[in-house]
Design a protein around this ligand. Structure first.
Ligand SMILES: NC(=O)c1ccc[n+]([C@@H]2O[C@H](COP(=O)([O-])OP(=O)(O)OC[C@H]3O[C@@H](n4cnc5c(N)ncnc54)[C@H](OP(=O)(O)O)[C@@H]3O)[C@@H](O)[C@H]2O)c1
Length: 331
């Protein structure tokens, strides 16, 4: 059986493809020729070149694959690139689900985002919490809510879809690199100047890969499962970074309101002068850290047998992989 993975050049996809290959699965990937595909170099995968926004290319990728992992998305904590976010995430997912229905795919696991789960102050969020559409939301968040809606529509039309909801991913094979990967690189190179208190739900790359495998094998059709390795405060994260990189944390532990104001100014200037430049701390990212949201993973644990692993190990693996590629000194 050949399994299709979209987003295989990305952080999650690169880890998932390696796990599937280790299990002896034949893997096909949908990849864009113009993108950086270093994550796929040397892997024994079949590549279909194309973009999810192209329905025919998506159909060609899906054809003959009974199982599909749809991990691709334009991930962003900024407020720009709205057309690209909508095209890649919403239109692209609709194409993928339509192609899967036409081709008689047995099951599609779609990667969801914790940012598309509702926030109820005072308790951890679970799969039943819907987002408040009147809250301030980033374009990426809105798009991931729309993707879930598209999944449920596809289920109503007869497709077997399960949503594997990811928190912020930490781990190896991060080639682009991800926002969390950039923070670790900056820290290791002594270029992270400041940080703020707060916290978030993080997931080890190995845990979110396991979550996707469990969702494929045991998930209930039309259901969503949240996968997290646990809530981690920024102070805890800084302690892991110090231990793993051998460098001290930044001297400046800024107050969240000050950091929020700085992020607003930096983001305003950067998005006008260099719209494609990656931002470390966008106002949206600062807001998420300040909220300190927590996830309830009871459903994934009890229904699927999900067992999260320590985040410190994921940071260690991420650092080791950057060192292997010569981006930071070996430890
Ligand atoms: N990273 C996180 O912390 C996080 C947190 C919650 C949820 N998630 C979800 O996890 C999934 C994977 O995220 P990630 O961190 O692996 O992202 P990533 O590293 O940015 O990779 C995104 C992948 O999607 C592909 N892609 C985007 N638009 C595409 C299009 N129009 N056609 C074909 N491929 C396209 C990219 O291909 P190119 O190489 O061609 O750009 C890349 O392979 C996403 O669904 C994301 O929403 C991620």
């Amino acid at each position: 059986m050949t399994v299709l993975v979209t987003g295989a050049s990305g952080h999650l996809g690169a880890n998932l493809v390696r796990r599937l290959l280790d299990e002896g699965t034949r893997v096909r990937v949908l990849a864009r020729p113009e993108a950086g595909n270093a994550a796929l170099a040397g892997l024994d995968v079949e590549t279909v070149w194309g973009d999810l926004r192209d329905l025919d290319a998506t159909r060609a990728a899906v054809r003959g694959c009974p199982r599909v992992y749809h991990c691709a998305a334009k991930v962003s904590t900024g407020t720009g690139q709205v057309a690209e976010i909508h095209g890649c995430n919403v239109v692209g997912s609709r194409h993928l689900l339509r192609a899967a229905l036409e081709a008689g795919v047995e099951r599609v696991v779609v990667t969801g985002s914790f940012s598309a789960v509702g926030h109820v102050p005072g308790r951890p969020s679970d799969e039943t919490d819907a987002v408040n559409p009147f809250e301030r939301m980033l374009p990426y968040q809105r798009s991931k809510v729309a993707v879930e809606h598209a999944c449920l529509t596809a289920v109503a039309n007869g497709l077997d879809v399960v949503i594997a909801t990811s928190c912020a991913i930490v781990g190896p094979h991060d080639y682009k690199p991800s926002p969390m990967g950039r923070v670790l690189l900056d820290f290791a190179r002594g270029r992270l100047r400041a940080y703020i208190p707060g916290g978030f739900e993080f997931v080890a790359a190995r845990d979110i890969v396991e979550g996707h495998r469990l969702a494929m094998d045991k998930g209930r059709t039309g259901h969503k499962y949240i996968f997290s390795s646990g809530h981690t405060s920024v102070d805890e994260l800084m302690a892991y970074y110090e231990e793993i990189t051998g460098r001290p944390r930044p001297r400046w532990r800024l107050s969240p309101p000050l950091m929020a104001a700085l992020a607003e100014v930096t983001s305003f200037v950067t998005t006008r002068l260099r719209p494609d430049a990656p931002l470390r701390f966008t106002p949206g990212a600062v807001r998420l850290l300040r909220l300190g949201r927590r996830a309830d993973t009871t459903k994934a644990r009890t229904e699927l047998g999900f067992t999260p692993t320590p985040l410190r190990e994921a940071v260690r693996e991420a650092y080791a992989d950057f060192a292997r590629r010569g981006l930071v000194p070996p430890r």
